[in-house]
Design a protein around this ligand. Structure first.
Ligand code: TXA
Ligand code: MG
Length: 315
């Protein structure tokens, strides 16, 4: 069964189709590194601008190492702790990576996703794939096969069904230099976890604070569902309602959030999709105020704020 699906996916590439791959974060829309025509098709189907670089996914280190210039002991260390998993490392690229993938940058983002099906697929393909999230540009990322089939036609995209994504939001992206790690996009691998992994290395962690968009996940408007999302920082539902009323929003559908960030991330996009089907004026998401200072929530807050038309607090 699994091998039949993989055979069909391999066949799809030969027929100029893209393959949607399951990963633990979100589904990706993949094309092999050696098929530039298909890589171009990713941008076309997603309506994604060519200035927005793609992440390269491999099944093992042997597939990925030749794509980057300096694979250091720090890279080995991070890979051994976090891969397969939701961490993307951005490093100087070699000529094996086409400029279309990196949008002309000298660097490439690479990761090994934690999905058995995708890893087997990539092993049989024998070459890494470039894959952004399998959604239209700026829309909510897919966390199950049906989310992808709803948007893309089967004549263009073969969907490998690996069940629901367990992490639920996109990978943490870090840029590696000799003595520092810069977080370009927060995710469920937190700054604290990265820091803890670096105790034996002379390496500091810096948050991204620049003005230029080096990861378009940093575009302000991103991950937007069909309906207006309002994020409210409040400690009780009464306080949240009061804030809504003050802002003359009368009809909002509240998304109930767990207090465990792992569970919240897992269901976030699914909840946003479901809530945007309803008849309410807006979707309201209420979070306790202290989540703003809690590193384990930073990936979730990043996505929510980018999905939101308004972010409200009491004062
Ligand atoms: O979890 C994920 O990362 C998912 C799954 C499919 O792996 N992929 C994903 O891809 O989120 P995408 O294309 O939706 O977001 C990738 C982000 C973009 O914002 C892009 O700008 C950034 O990665 N990126 C890729 N290469 C980069 C580079 N060389 N330098 C800086 N940012 C880069
Ligand atoms: Mg995306």
């Amino acid at each position: 069964m699994k091998n039949d699906e993989i055979a069909l996916a391999l066949e799809a590439f030969k027929n100029d189709k893209l393959v949607a791959i399951p990963t633990e974060t979100v589904y990706g829309l993949a094309a092999p590194l050696n098929q530039p025509k298909l890589i171009k098709k990713i941008f076309e189907l997603k309506e994604r601008p060519f200035f927005d670089p793609l992440i390269v996914h491999g099944s093992n280190l042997e597939q990925l190492k030749p794509l980057v210039k300096e694979w250091t002991p720090l890279c080995d260390h991070l890979a051994s702790i976090f891969w397969p998993g939701p961490l993307t490392m951005v490093m100087n690229k070699t000529e094996l990576v086409d400029d279309m993938i990196t949008a002309g940058l000298d660097t490439v983002g690479i990761r090994i996703p934690n999905s058995e099906l995708t890893i087997s697929f990539l092993e049989q393909l024998g070459i890494p794939v470039a894959a952004p999230s399998a959604n239209m540009f700026k829309k909510v990322s897919p966390t199950k096969a049906a989310d992808v089939s709803q948007v893309f036609n089967e004549k263009d995209v073969f969907v490998l069904d690996g069940g629901e994504s367990q992490v639920g939001i996109e990978s943490t992206i870090i840029k590696l230099t000799k003595k520092s790690i810069q977080i370009l996009r927060p995710g469920m691998i937190s700054k604290a976890q990265l820091k803890e992994s670096l105790t034996d290395f002379d390496c500091t962690i810096v948050d991204y604070a620049g003005e230029n968009i080096v990861a378009p996940g940093q575009l302000k408007e991103h991950y937007r569902p069909e309906k207006e999302v309002i994020t409210i920082f409040a400690d009780t539902i009464d306080e949240a309602n009061e804030i809504l009323q003050k802002n003359t929003i009368s009809e909002a559908c509240f998304i109930d959030l767990d207090d465990n960030p792992t569970l919240v991330a897992r269901s976030l996009y699914k909840s946003l999709r479901e809530a945007s089907q309803g008849s309410h004026q807006a979707i309201a998401v209420c979070l306790p105020k202290d989540t703003q200072n809690d590193d384990s929530w930073s990936g979730i807050l990043d996505r929510l704020i980018k999905a939101s038309a308004k972010v409200l607090t009491k004062d």
